[in-house]
Ligand binder design. Structure first.
Ligand code: SF4
Length: 428
């Protein structure tokens, strides 16, 4: 197959000025990460130490999942705890002991900090240490913060994985670590491609089960599958592992560049890689082309939500022919997204952080064909006649690697199709 990779733009966005905004923002807190993390780690339990607000957030975000004996819950801080009348620390430990006695399937327990637990300075790391000592070796207890004060949406996953890194056993093995909680189907495809290229020693973080032997050390190269893993990236480097910078594996181009970067790091010949990826590349390209018929030439506006915005804008502009007007993202971690920014042609406003009223004004003025935003903004914008795509679906749906490239493009073309159909029905 001839290599039909589009050429990189003459000037990418890696040095483009960034509009930094601070103000009112419309985003989830990091607790929401629990919803997809507990599905991935099949013997872990996430215990939020928080208020009724936190419990409500989890219940509404998890939807019907709350009826399926989920592996998450909230230890609700009562007024006595908040006023410092009760020893919250002791009470929490008693609560955990009770939970572990009842649920023998739990092998890892995460104590997840929230705004209230942080404000009253409840020391969850000390609690985790004491509980770990008490329940070792069967259960490991770790802690991280998913509070809205400190974390935005997907940063909850980052905080969770970063908390796991110091506890990983050391290894000198030459290995690849693939980092990021992917749906099993996407993870299996990636492992299969890597094995066929010749990389068999692959550790996955987070692993599906606590007893998977995931070690880390100076001969570990790690590749991220999600752009929001800045804290995990630093924690792995502190353990001596080396980051393989690459565009993120969204779409045909992103997946190809990601695999080639990893293969280069392991000294594998590009011709061997190409022989493996030729057929899946062609399939991905064909699947994306179908959705691109609808997307091509359409104006695109991203509100900040998941930190996936820059790689997705790269995919939608380069592979689907869209025109990005503004790419808003909660945080730009240059060490992670520079390869994507180099491929994203200069032009759109790159915005970091949010002042939602100002951003709404810019969005209304631009009249984009498609606006990617959170649930809080989606319906109000639809009522103003704009077409929206809910950003949260992007973290629940398998969207990585070749076989999902068409589905990923389809997530964006669907709202445009729906709008056209509704218009037609109204006209009939
Ligand atoms: S952690 Fe903070 S932002 Fe998140 S639900 Fe609880 S109180 Fe709200």
């Amino acid at each position: 197959m001839t290599d039909q990779s589009p050429t990189p733009p003459a000037i990418g966005c890696s040095n483009a000025p960034v509009l930094k905004e601070r103000g009112q923002h419309e985003v989830f807190c990091g607790l929401t990460g629990i919803i997809w993390l507990h599905r991935k780690m099949q013997d872990a339990f996430f215990l939020v130490v928080g208020s009724r607000t936190c419990a409500h957030l989890l219940q509404s975000a998890a939807g019907v999942m709350i009826f399926a004996e989920p592996r998450f819950g909230t230890a609700i801080l009562e007024e006595g705890d908040l006023a410092g009348l009760a020893d919250a620390q002791d009470e929490l430990e008693r609560e955990v002991d009770r939970l572990l006695a009842r649920r023998s399937d739990i092998r890892q327990l995460f104590l997840v900090g929230s705004c209230p637990s942080e404000v009253i300075k409840l020391d969850l790391s000390r609690a985790a240490e004491r509980l770990s000592a008490r329940h070792a070796p069967k259960v490991r207890v770790l802690n991280y913060s998913g509070s809205g004060i400190e974390t935005t949406f997907t940063e909850g996953e980052d905080a969770c994985l970063a908390a796991m890194v110091p506890a990983l056993p050391a290894t000198d093995d030459r290995q690849l670590m693939m980092v990021g909680a992917l749906p099993d189907v996407a993870e299996d495809q990636a492992l299969d491609l890597l094995a066929r290229i010749g990389i068999n020693n692959v550790a996955v973080l987070p692993a599906r089960h606590a007893d998977a032997q995931v070690g880390v050390g100076p001969n570990t190269s790690f590749a991220l599958t999600q752009p929001f893993l800045g804290g995990t990236h630093s924690a792995l480097e502190r353990r001596g592992a080396r980051h393989v910078p690459a565009p993120f594996p969204f779409g045909e181009e992103g997946t190809t560049a990601w695999l080639r970067a990893v293969a280069r790091d392991f000294g594998i010949d590009q011709s061997r890689v190409d022989a493996v990826i030729d057929a899946p590349r062609a399939r991905a390209r064909k699947a994306v082309a179908k959705a691109a018929e609808t997307l091509s030439g359409k104006k695109l506006f991203f509100f900040p939500d998941s930190q996936m915005e820059i790689p997705l804008a790269r995919f939608l502009t380069r592979e689907c022919g869209m025109q990005a007007v503004e790419v808003g993202t909660p945080y730009i971690h240059k060490a992670l997204v520079t390869p994507d920014m180099e491929l994203l042609a200069q032009g759109p406003i790159i915005a970091e952080g949010q002042d939602v009223e100002k951003q709404l004004d810019r969005c209304r003025a631009a009249r984009p064909d498609l606006t990617v935003c959170g649930l809080g903004l989606a319906n109000p914008l639809e009522a103003e006649g704009m077409t929206t795509k809910w950003a949260i679906e992007l973290v629940f749906t398998p969207v990585h690697f070749y076989e999902q490239a068409g589905d990923l493009a389809g997530l964006f073309s669907r709202p445009l199709h729906r709008r056209d159909r509704l218009k037609l029905e109204a006209a009939e």
